[in-house]
Design a protein around this ligand. Structure first.
Ligand code: GDP
Length: 613
């Protein structure tokens, strides 16, 4: 269908026809859908007042504007929807238990421990594990696989609880950002000697936003100065009211260090789960779940810890996990013990994948290897397109102008390599959140699990001095040599906070210095002397601060600035030159300006570089 030209440009009109595009699509994608020339769409957008190139990713508003202009009904689909559709095309539904009520069986709660740094999250996770060690089978060696399950007796019944072993809300948010809902209950750790802190609130907000019930562990009650009741009082302000204060939130006093109160905490978790949640799953279907952590093991290849959410995962299953696929070669539990199958809420290490999946990627058992490969490949292809779209972030005309006015836009480019995907993502997430204003941008060119390779160094070189971050990883020998030759900056960290601090400082260093005026002193004019050849000099009394020779000054009369941009060119105490005169003293001040009157105020100031906060 050929329509009247828009601003002289021809493009096929839709006549209300519906088309679908993924979020972040480009005009070229649009053109492809309607069989138009991409250049013609660029021109139409220009007529509509937006400057967009054919291949750059544009926002939904722009796509809708163009669709309306060309009379199409546009549906923009999110990556999650797209993935759902992809799976549907293979007759797979992710996230739903098959069967009816009768097929559902109770499953253990999955718990994430969150809270302010140093309040004892790691210690608590260790303590819980340790308390439970007696209940373990002998011969097992504790393995940190990203999650573990414990057994405990509750109201005469044997119950299990699964703990996600990567403390901190970064991991929690990174997973949630990918649409993975892993956590059933959040344990908020607050140190009784320190009270509620910024990250306590952050963690609380994340948990509440995700609609996850919270159990508060008031930790370090063994310490002098511990005030557990203060923590309870503080948290009421944030809507967490303790049961003993008439609320519904369970608070448990613990000492992760001494191992006291741990049983009470486990009980509180189970009570909260039973009261507020209906945790059931169908154990008989093909397994589905989420990858919690993954890394490349030298001997064993890609290794992923997955949390089974429904169904039962077995050795020999064909599995697809994000863009990775394969056949389950072996399953190991958190004791490093080989097991044959894993039921709902069980975290398990999976061997046999072809690649390292990302934390938060869903995993699905499918009928055969071929299907697994097809799904993985289609996901990978789509991701490449999305990545390309993302690298060309769209800017409005206004933004472009203001950037041009400001001069060069500064950008810090990073390549992040880490030992496990969970930490790579947590780090990327945290770094992208650093806010230093609009002038400096941080861009992650590439992120992956594994040692720093020549590829990474080459990428850094190609992209104009990108910085490589190694989180618990080191470069391969050839990569190290290449980096040295090319002068590529590689930075090593093993603590996320340290990395964040340094990058933040680097970003601040890149900011052009900003100056602020700092007032130094004021003096009131009491007399005006005429000095031959020099001009008028003020006989003045220093009212505040100090008047320093050569400092900047302005002259104020009745609250109005008479002259700015002056300099204290001469300063005298009686007959002598002075470098500075303090508050309460009289002096003679020359500012190279003759229109000085009685009662004028001379204000001196200096421009200081403003520290970025
Ligand atoms: P995280 O940053 O929240 O993971 O905190 P950590 O678990 O690393 O604990 C921070 C510090 O507090 C460590 O030095 C711990 O030994 C200490 N700590 C943790 N729990 C307790 C406790 O119950 N009592 C005392 N006295 N110290 C604790």
């Amino acid at each position: 269908m050929q329509a009247p030209a828009i601003g002289g440009v021809q493009a096929p009109r839709g006549g209300g026809q519906t088309i679908r595009l993924s979020r972040g699509a480009s005009l070229a994608d649009f053109a492809d859908k309607i069989g138009a020339n991409p250049a013609s769409l660029v021109q139409i957008m220009l007529h509509l007042g937006e400057m967009v190139t054919a291949t750059q990713s544009v926002n939904e508003e722009t796509l809708q504007l163009l669709a309306a202009e060309l009379d199409y009904n546009l549906l923009v689909v999110s990556p999650e929807e797209e993935d759902r559709e992809l799976l549907e095309s293979f007759d797979i539904e992710f996230g739903e238990d098959e069967g009816d009520e009768g097929d559902l069986v109770a499953r253990p709660p999955v718990v994430t421990v969150m809270g302010h740094v140093d309040h004892g999250k790691t210690k608590l996770l260790d303590a819980i594990r340790h308390t439970n060690e007696v209940a373990r089978e002998a011969g097992g060696i504790t393995q940190h696989i990203g999650a573990y399950q414990i057994a405990t007796e509750h109201e005469g019944e044997d119950r299990k609880i699964t703990f996600i072993d990567t403390p901190g809300h970064e991991a929690f948010t990174a997973m949630r950002a990918r649409g993975a809902k892993v956590t059933d209950i959040a344990v908020l750790v607050v140190a009784a000697d320190d009270g509620v802190k910024p990250q306590t609130i952050e963690a609380l907000n994340h948990a509440q936003a995700a609609d996850v019930p919270i159990v508060v562990a008031v930790n370090k009650v063994d310490k002098e100065g511990a005030d557990p009741n203060k923590v309870r009082a503080q948290l009421t302000e944030y809507g967490l009211v303790a049961e003993e204060y008439g609320g519904t939130t369970m608070f448990v006093d613990i000492s992760a260090k001494n191992g006291t109160g741990i049983d009470n905490l486990l009980e509180a978790i189970l009570l909260t789960a039973d009261a507020e949640l209906d945790l059931r799953a169908n154990p008989t279907m093909d397994a589905q779940g989420v990858a919690i952590e993954a890394h490349l093991d030298k001997g064993r290849g890609p290794v992923a810890t997955v949390l089974v959410q429904r169904g039962t995962l077995r050795v020999g299953d064909s599995i697809v996990c994000g863009e990775a696929f394969g056949r389950v070669r072996a399953l190991l539990d958190d004791n490093g013990k080989l097991i044959d199958e894993a039921d709902p809420s069980r975290p398990v290490l999976v061997l046999g994948l072809t690649a390292v999946p990302g934390a938060g990627d869903n995993f699905i058992v499918v009928t055969d290897d071929r299907m697994a490969r097809q799904i993985a490949q289609q996901r990978a292809a789509r991701k490449r397109i999305a990545d390309m779209a993302r690298s060309g972030r769209r800017r409005t005309l206004e933004e472009l102008f203001s950037e041009m006015e400001k001069g060069q836009v500064d950008e810090l480019k990073l390549i992040i390599k880490g030992d496990v995907s969970g930490s790579v993502e947590a780090l990327e997430d945290a770094l992208l959140k650093i806010d230093v204003g609009d002038e400096v941008r941080l861009r992650v060119l590439h992120r992956a699990v594994g040692a720093i390779t020549e590829y990474d160094v080459n990428l850094a070189v190609a992209d104009d001095n990108a910085v490589i971050i190694g989180f618990n990883v080191r470069p391969e020998v050839r990569a190290r040599d290449l980096a040295e030759r090319e002068g590529v900056d590689i930075r090593y960290y093993s603590v996320i906070y340290q990395a964040i601090e340094e990058i933040e400082a680097a970003l601040k260093g890149m900011l052009k210095p900003e100056f602020e005026e700092v007032q130094m002193g004021t003096a009131e004019v009491r007399e005006v002397f005429k000095v031959p050849k020099i001009g008028n000099i003020a006989g003045a009394l220093v009212r505040s601060g100090t008047i320093v020779r050569n400092s900047k000054a302005r002259l104020i009369r009745g609250g109005v600035v008479i002259s700015d941009n002056l300099t204290v060119s001469s300063l005298r105490r009686f007959k002598d030159d002075a470098t500075e005169v303090r508050e309460g003293y009289e002096c003679g001040i020359g500012v190279g300006y003759n229109d000085i009157k009685l009662d004028d105020v001379i204000e001196t100031f200096e421009m200081r570089e403003k520290p970025r906060v």
